[in-house]
Design a protein around this ligand. Structure first.
Ligand SMILES: NC(=O)C1=CN([C@@H]2O[C@H](COP(=O)(O)OP(=O)(O)OC[C@H]3O[C@@H](n4cnc5c(N)ncnc54)[C@H](OP(=O)(O)O)[C@@H]3O)[C@@H](O)[C@H]2O)C=CC1
Ligand SMILES: CC(C)=CCC[C@@H](C)[C@H]1CC=C2C3=C(CC[C@@]21C)[C@@]1(C)CC[C@H](O)C(C)(C)[C@@H]1CC3
Length: 422
């Protein structure tokens, strides 16, 4: 407990997400927002602006099957995580000079999950029933995020000082619970943050989408082109994340952020239930997509994916091996830390080309839903706010890390996400 007392009065710890007020309101408001969005997506009007807002009756929030399904899903993924499949990779060097080991078998877990789902379909299990279970499942996933966050907060007091996250130790219990005190909480070798970020929620998103597709098949004797595009695009995104699983070890969430309510809820409830809104919207609001519109949307998703993948891979290769032939000819600037910054290639176009690609894909996921409603565009709006905020956080961290070299990079590459715009 000693180290927490020592850090309690640290006046330099900067607070994110609106400080204590944000940390008190967000855990109440975000779960309500998920339930609101889910019930709007299935209401005939699907209006986000209707007043008073469309709220689900309490009877729609509970089904005894939901906790059982969720428990089974988590157990399956914990088991797959522990299977000795794939390689083991090391994370970045920690404050105490050590590196943690991580299993790289997320893609195996996705393939096995999809195989099991196909088996269930073949056995005649009505996966479309997931549509009727979405609200109870979202309620249970939220409950699980709270339970996990309480466990993470309490267990963090037994963690050594070097294992604590830089931003999650202000001494304010509400804020620290929200942001997360410990950087890489583990039970033995089982890394809770890494597991939650990539497995049950992310693969769960694919399952929810497939459930919506099957519901559409039940209702209309076939899947629409719009539903197939949404399912295909988002499956590609999840498969890509798991295929490139090792790259997650260098993201801000793993390297810098503690594991608290924000990430636990984000991973386990927000991703599977808010990111699948387009598919649940299409179940009740079918859209007929013409060939020209579909081709344009596929092209937009392709361009977004290309920028996202190429830029992320370029930085990962450069960070792991700056002499690699694919990056050795790129122009760089030196920093006082010994690390260099790329100033040509994708990272010379804008300072966050990967965010640009991600945002183009977000738009391509909403367009199949047409222009009659605002709800399918919720993801684009939310994601723009998330990435603009994330960019500002990253910028602050990089300026603190690299000082003048970062300023020189900003001068050389003046736009953050959108060339000539922002
Ligand atoms: N779908 C979703 O909900 C979300 C998706 N994402 C996606 O996750 C991916 C990872 O994003 P995120 O972790 O935020 O950040 P980035 O992958 O963009 O990593 C930022 C880090 O990259 C390094 N860096 C920055 N500029 C340069 C440069 N010019 N040359 C070399 N290194 C540089 C710095 O770290 P250092 O120098 O220390 O290596 C910086 O802190 C993105 O594609 C994003 O779109 C993110 C959030 C949510
Ligand atoms: C509103 C709220 C609760 C926000 C929490 C934010 C989280 C939902 C996101 C923070 C960073 C994320 C990443 C992904 C999913 C969303 C969260 C958890 C990610 C796993 C998606 C797939 C990508 O390819 C990725 C692996 C780069 C990405 C990593 C960051």
């Amino acid at each position: 407990m000693k180290q927490s007392t020592k850090r309690r009065s640290s006046p330099t710890t900067e607070r994110e997400f609106g400080g204590t007020l944000g940390a008190s309101c967000i855990p109440v408001l975000l779960p309500l927002l998920v339930l609101f969005l889910l019930s709007v997506s299935r209401s005939p009007g699907a209006s986000l602006l209707q007043w008073p807002p469309q709220l689900p009756p309490t009877s729609a929030l509970w089904d005894p099957l939901a906790p059982l399904l969720l428990l089974g899903w988590f157990t399956l993924h914990a088991f797959l995580y522990l299977l000795p499949l794939g390689k083991v990779s090391e994370g970045l060097v920690l404050k105490n000079g050590t590196r943690l080991k991580y299993p790289i078998n997320g893609f195996h877990a996705l393939v096995i999950s999809v195989g099991l789902l196909l088996l269930l379909l073949w056995l005649g299990v009505p996966l479309g029933s997931l549509f009727d279970l979405l609200l109870p499942l979202a309620v249970c996933a939220t409950g699980l995020s709270f339970l996990l966050s309480f466990y993470l907060y309490i267990s963090s007091f037994w963690a050594p000082p070097h294992a604590l996250a830089p931003g999650g130790n202000t001494g304010n219990p509400l804020y620290d619970f929200f942001i997360g005190r410990e950087l890489n909480p583990r039970i033995g070798n089982f890394d809770l943050k890494y597991f939650c970020e990539l497995r049950p929620g992310l693969i769960g998103w694919v399952v929810v989408n497939l459930g919506m597709l099957m519901k559409e098949v039940e209702l209309r004797d076939g899947a629409s082109l719009a539903m197939l595009l949404v399912n295909g695009f988002q499956l590609l995104y999840v498969a890509d994340a798991l295929w490139n699983e090792e790259a997650v070890l260098t993201t801000m969430d793993i390297v810098h952020d503690g594991f608290g309510f924000m990430l636990a809820f984000g991973d386990l409830a927000w991703v599977p239930f808010a990111y699948s809104l387009q598919a649940s919207f299409l179940v009740v609001h079918p859209v007929e997509l013409g060939a020209a519109a579909a081709t344009t949307i596929v092209l937009l998703n392709g361009i977004g994916y290309y920028i996202f993948r190429k830029s992320n891979s370029q930085k990962n290769v450069f960070r792991r091996d700056p002499k690699h032939p694919s990056v050795s000819s790129l122009e760089t600037i030196a920093t006082a830390t010994g690390k260099r910054l790329l100033v040509s290639g994708w990272w010379g176009l804008v300072r966050h080309p990967n965010y640009l690609g991600d945002l183009l894909m977000a738009l391509a996921w909403s367009l199949p839903c047409g222009f009659s409603h605002l709800l399918p565009y919720f993801y684009v709006g939310y994601f723009t706010v998330l990435l603009v905020h994330r960019e500002a956080r990253d910028e602050r961290q990089c300026r603190a890390k690299y000082g003048q070299a970062w300023d020189a990079y900003c001068q050389r590459v003046p736009y953050r996400i959108f060339p000539y715009l922002y």
